[in-house]
Design a protein around this ligand. Structure first.
Ligand SMILES: [Fe+2]
Ligand SMILES: [Fe+2]
Length: 280
């Protein structure tokens, strides 16, 4: 089974005619299924797909990696473009009231960063939500991780993420964070949204739920943007230990951590920006 990965929304454009936008959307085409992991922040997914002459009506499933607006904000434009029923697989907690904390001189402020639509609006446009905390098998080759256990000592959920509750703002454990995993003849291909629960935790969990030890490729947002030297070093150690052959980083990886990974992994590394397409 061949797998084509095409990144339709990402922070940085890879070339002429492609728009960059803070967010992420990666299309996974195996022939038998066409799955979008996330939908970016607004409409760059649709514009970039049109520019690349990719027919979004071919999309069979959408998997949401978590409920942040830079991953779910393209849902309306996607549904308006496809005009059909689309199964959307996500964790039930994507609907949490998600905020980020902004530290200001005159006190903290909180900015809403959750799903920018009501569920009813998306359903009226064709969305059919399948909400699951557990791994969800789309077919025999593709599975979502469901909730990712926090196993490593060096990975923590970003301290600036909050949930608004009846008792005020409380830290968001991002239990809704998940990745999409594809079983291929070469090993696992893991597509990360933001990896808020940790890139290595996600890799460990992907091996656990598929029973496949080999990880061939890891592509997407690694959320190393605020990682210290120690976390980066331990992450590099684990990527080596798991024998990852291709590492394509995007979005919340951050440019400085990306340069460390680029130096470390040389020709196995690539910048997975908007417009990049790879065949596995
Ligand atoms: Fe996020
Ligand atoms: Fe993000």
């Amino acid at each position: 089974m061949g797998v084509n990965l095409t990144t339709l929304c990402e922070n940085t454009s890879s070339g002429f005619g492609i728009s960059g936008e803070w967010g992420l959307s990666i299309m996974v085409d195996t022939g038998e299924a066409v799955v979008l992991l996330d939908t970016g922040f607004s409409d760059s997914l649709v514009r970039n797909a049109r520019f690349k002459e990719i027919d979004l009506k071919r999309v069979t499933h959408v998997v949401l990696s978590h409920g942040h607006g830079d991953h779910t904000g393209g849902l309306r434009s996607l549904l308006q473009e496809t005009h059909k029923k689309v199964n959307i697989i996500a964790h039930p907690e994507i609907w949490g009231s998600k905020y980020s904390r902004l530290e200001k001189e005159n006190g903290d402020r909180y900015q809403y960063i959750g799903v920018p639509f009501r569920r009813e609006e998306l359903e009226s446009l064709g969305a059919s939500f399948i909400l699951s905390k557990e791994p969800f098998w789309l077919n025999e080759h593709m599975v979502t991780t469901g909730e990712v256990p926090m196993l490593t000592a060096f990975e923590k959920v970003d301290q600036n993420m909050y949930l608004k509750t009846e008792n005020g703002f409380v830290p968001d454990p991002l239990v809704d964070d998940q990745a999409l995993v594809i079983k291929t003849a070469k090993g696992l291909v893991i597509i990360l949204g933001c990896a808020h629960r940790g890139m290595v935790n996600t890799m460990i969990h992907a091996r656990e739920i598929t029973g496949e030890e080999r990880i061939y490729a890891v592509v997407g947002g690694t959320h190393l943007i605020r990682a210290g030297t120690e976390q980066l070093a331990k992450t590099v150690e684990k990527i080596n230990e798991f024998g990852v052959e291709k590492l394509g980083v995007s979005h919340c990886t951050g440019l400085l951590p990306a340069t460390v990974l680029a130096r470390e992994f040389e020709d196995k590394f690539f910048f997975n920006n908007a417009g990049v397409s790879i065949e596995i």
